[in-house]
Design a protein around this ligand. Structure first.
Ligand code: NDP
Length: 247
């Protein structure tokens, strides 16, 4: 692995720890307050901040030519996720809160940084000797990735449906799917997804990104759990925050 990819992976790991252990709630959605600058409409915010993680790998991949290479199947998982997050998820949002510009800029920077790291490593620094699609680590990682993505998509759908007849942006108790066990089922799905990707890749950049996501979404999931317990009197007390039966 190159010095650059190693250093960038270390930055992700240290940043993840900083987010997990830091005192502040991430200031968008329900925690968004004045004082973080100009507000960006929520659909536009998601497209702008997430799409670098799709376009940068796409551009780097096209520069390699069109012939199939062994790392394509791993890169495709990453790009599939970010295509969904950048261009499908924003269209489906029904009533999300606008995001502060500072949050959009930091998410954009993160997605550009991480999109470059993952694509650079997969396209230039690794050559799988097996055809990948038949390797055990890839097959297990692929199944875990798809399972995590299905949980994430279903949970985001459950959250959207809570506001079908409520244009005021209030918060209700989510039920169904993994919400029976945790307050942040969408985050649990995304965490599972990226550990599946890390296994499919079997390299440090994938693990560093999965670790960062785990830190970021565990922190935010714990905050959401606390929020529900404080604001909703009949909130189910037996639910965990992020990881079923554990946390
Ligand atoms: P949230 O769960 O905070 O919100 C998702 C949407 O559902 C928002 O529109 C929110 O509205 C609404 N919502 C949430 N809870 C309720 C409720 N109880 N009642 C009614 N509406 C509700 O998720 P995020 O916005 O943080 O994340 C969205 C997606 O992005 C997730 O799939 C997540 O996994 C992913 N993500 C990934 C990250 C990573 O590091 N890989 C980082 C952050 C997000 P409102 O905006 O008004 O709160």
């Amino acid at each position: 692995m190159s010095y650059i990819s190693f250093s960038m992976s270390c930055i992700l790991i240290v940043s993840g720890l900083g987010v997990l252990l830091g005192p502040n709630r991430h200031p968008y959605g329900r925690y968004s307050t004045k004082g973080y600058g100009f507000f960006v409409p929520v659909k536009l915010a998601w497209v702008v901040q997430e799409s670098p993680a799709f376009f940068i790998p796409l551009a780097l991949r096209l520069m390699k030519g069109i012939a199939w290479i062994s790392s394509d199947c791993v890169l495709l998982l990453f790009m599939l996720h970010y295509f969904q997050r950048s261009f499908v998820y924003p269209v489906l949002i029904t009533a999300g809160k606008p995001s502060p510009l500072s949050v959009v800029i930091s998410a954009f920077t993160f997605c550009a940084f991480n999109g470059y790291l993952q694509a650079r490593y997969l396209l230039n620094e690794v050559s799988y000797e097996d055809p990948r699609l038949t390797s055990l680590s890839y097959l297990c990682g692929f199944v875990i990735f798809i399972l995590g993505m299905a949980i994430n998509l279903h949970s985001d759908h459950v959250l959207r449906s809570l506001r079908k007849n409520d244009s005021e942006g209030g918060y209700k108790i989510p039920y169904g799917g993994l919400f029976q066990f945790v307050s942040a089922a969408n985050y649990f799905g995304e965490i599972v997804e990226w550990w599946g990707y890390a296994l499919a890749m079997s390299g440090l950049p994938g693990c560093a990104f999965a670790f960062f996501t785990t830190c970021m979404l565990t922190k935010r999931g714990l905050d959401h759990h606390q929020f529900y317990l404080e604001k909703i009197p009949n909130y189910p007390r037996d639910r965990k925050a992020v990881i079923p039966f554990i946390l």
